[in-house]
Design a protein around this ligand. Structure first.
Ligand SMILES: Cc1ncc(COP(=O)(O)O)c(C=O)c1O
Length: 404
């Protein structure tokens, strides 16, 4: 089959005819990308402050990533988890060396990593002999679209209308220490685990307070429950550390990864701390595609690029510059209610809906995301240079100023 060059109108028409209408798309299709830039069918250039939702953290068409994909395709794409794989073994070692002693399970997406975390917590409860175990998550959380991930997602609009969901999940208001203590009291001896995003992404870039996370660590330890972090959006350098939990100075019992792990190539992972590695045994979980040669080779290269180019420090430098600029903007633009986040995972809360602002930015050559109704989310590649970051922020400033 040959892929022909279609116009945007043709692409849109085919999509509307043949693709299930589950996405609220912007009126554009892209032809190619280089670094932090994307180019549409009319060759119009856009600065990418979205990164495919925190996926292409190294930018588009990154030379070492492309070379790795080409090399690996020539050798081997997929065999099976019935066999050993050099790429999988090396990637697992890299993840563990950069997080904590433990082991990794590989899958293909964020929601599957969450499914694995769900099974880990349920299996932990089963092995402990807990009756009617409960998993606690946060009220504004988002964890994915499979039934267990949706059930553990606090945001009601994601859950509504799908009938009875997975039982044994309850939601605690984020950063509400009293509510967390009360939940542990209510489900005494039955809490299998607590699942939380260290910075709630889809929920509007809400950073968890260190005191709240420390309390969660303490309560899970006291109650023999697992503390699981969802690092699907915050991981792979997005917050200036490889994993966001590093900012807290202690580790969870497990964490999930996906998005930036494969630089655009689909891969997900559940990382389990050494005390808990025997909870899931042979035959108790699996995936056909999970951890195949190609996906693991790309993710391994992503680790290498982040470290050899010192991108975590670079991310912090660009982050400091961006927060300074955004805080200055807040002084002069009353539409900006709050600026928050960490690293290059930044939320700008507005006093008005964010989607029309994101649309206006698109018109002006900046791709930016609107989430939680009134929050603009800024997630450029972590290797973006200061000039391009500044150019993108100039566009945002201009658009926001014209709304006043
Ligand atoms: C924090 C978090 N968890 C889980 C997911 C689900 O990941 P995926 O879309 O790869 O299934 C997402 C996706 O946005 C996410 O942001």
């Amino acid at each position: 089959m040959t892929i022909t060059e279609l116009t945007h109108a043709e692409i849109k028409s085919l999509t509307e005819q043949y693709v299930l209408d589950t996405y609220n798309r912007y009126d554009v299709s892209f032809k190619y990308g280089v670094g932090e830039m994307l180019y549409d069918s009319n060759n119009k250039a856009y600065i990418d402050f979205l990164c495919g939702v925190a996926v292409t953290n190294l930018g588009h068409s990154e030379a070492d990533i492309i070379e790795t994909i080409r090399d690996q395709i020539d050798k081997l794409i997929h065999t099976s988890n019935f066999f050993y794989s050099e790429q999988q073994a090396l990637l697992a070692e890299a993840i563990i060396k950069h997080s904590f002693p433990g082991k990794v399970f590989f899958c293909n997406s964020g929601t599957e990593a969450i499914e694995a975390a769900f099974k880990l917590m349920r299996r932990h409860a089963y092995k402990k002999g807990m009756e009617k175990p409960v998993i606690l998550t946060l009220k504004s959380s988002f964890h994915g679209r499979t039934t267990s991930a949706m059930s553990m997602t606090g945001n009601k609009s994601i859950r509504e209308g799908f009938g009875e969901l997975v039982p044994g999940v309850d939601y605690v208001k984020e950063n509400d220490e009293t509510a967390l203590i009360q939940a542990f009291e209510k489900y005494e001896g039955r809490v299998a685990g607590v699942l939380m995003e260290p910075i709630l992404g889809e929920g509007g870039i809400i950073p968890l307070h260190p005191k709240f996370v420390t309390l969660a660590r303490q309560l899970t330890e006291e109650n023999e429950a697992l503390l699981v972090f969802d690092e699907i959006q915050t991981g792979m350098g997005r917050t200036g550390k490889l994993f966001c939990f590093e900012h807290f100075g202690f580790a969870p019992d497990a964490f999930t990864m996906a998005k930036g792990l494969g630089s655009g190539f689909p891969i997900g992972a559940l990382v389990v701390e050494k005390k808990s590695v025997d909870i899931l045994g042979k035959g108790e979980h699996g995936s056909t595609f999970g951890g195949n040669h190609l996906a693991c080779a790309v993710a391994y290269e992503t680790f290498r690029v982040i470290h050899t180019r010192d991108l975590l420090n670079h991310c912090i430098i660009i982050s400091d510059y961006s927060f300074d600029r955004l805080k200055q903007m807040k002084e002069s633009i009353p539409l900006i209610k709050d600026v928050r986040g960490r690293g290059l995972h930044i939320g700008v809360e507005l006093t008005i809906p964010a989607r029309p602002i994101a649309e206006a930015c698109m018109q002006n050559g900046l791709i930016i995301n609107a989430t939680a109704n009134n929050v603009l989310r800024i997630m450029p590649p972590i290797n973006i240079n200061q000039d391009k970051m500044g150019e993108g922020l100039d566009i945002l400033e201009k658009v926001l100023k014209t709304q006043n």
